[in-house]
Design a binder for this molecule. Structure first.
Ligand code: AMP
Length: 189
């Protein structure tokens, strides 16, 4: 099963992707985690990504597409996966479609975790305290990430709707209920 998880920052995408990956024995690939690790280790990638991340902007498409291309080429994704935080723009979604096609592969479903703006802002400010993420603690950076999501990432919802693989799941309420709803939506034919 090859899946993409979509949703605004703070939608619970990462938490739920981890849970579902474990339940369905899929690889969980979070580009945000990967980039934070690169920044922490001071790698070339980290150095290039740092200023964008601190401002709540997206890192350039070619940088992130290159990472995913490496993962596809390495065969790591061969047994099924959940992409969390990628794609974030229409060019990324197109690049993903093309690189998968070249490998005779494709996505099974794109899952949109639906939450309201108010819920997102609430969750991000509590996550800032728990996880100590700098980009959650600064209100102007949080607002910018939401703005970036609306302008650059939301258009891929239409992209996947047109490809007939989009499934929306209500992302509000009890965390276990959300996992259950996601699992149902993913395993349903
Ligand atoms: P996340 O943990 O998914 O919220 O990502 C944290 C930050 O990493 C984002 O605000 C972006 O700066 C960067 N990032 C993660 N994934 C991508 C992507 N697919 N394209 C561009 N930037 C990304």
């Amino acid at each position: 099963m090859n899946l993409v998880f979509l949703g605004p920052p703070g939608s619970g995408k990462g938490t739920q992707a981890k849970r579902i990956a474990k339940k369905l024995d899929l690889l969980h690939l979070s580009t945000g985690d990967l980039l934070r690790e690169a920044v922490k280790n001071g790698t070339e990638l980290g150095k290039k990504a740092k200023t964008y991340m601190e401002a709540g902007e997206l890192v350039p498409d070619d940088l992130i597409v290159g990472i995913i291309e490496e993962k596809v080429a390495s065969g790591e994704l061969a047994d099924g996966y959940i992409l969390d935080g990628f794609p974030r723009t229409v060019p990324q979604a197109e690049a993903l479609r093309d690189m998968l096609k070249k490998n005779d592969s494709g996505l099974d479903k794109a899952i949109l975790i639906d939450v309201t703006d108010e819920e997102v802002i609430d969750r991000l400010s509590s996550r800032a305290k728990i996880e100590g993420r700098a980009d959650d603690a600064d209100v102007s950076v949080v607002r910018n990430r939401l703005d970036v999501y609306k302008k650059q990432t939301q258009p891929i919802i239409d992209f996947y709707e047109k490809e007939s693989i989009l499934t929306k799941v209500d992302g509000e309420g009890d965390i276990d209920d959300i996992t259950y709803r996601l699992q149902e939506a993913i395993t349903k034919k």
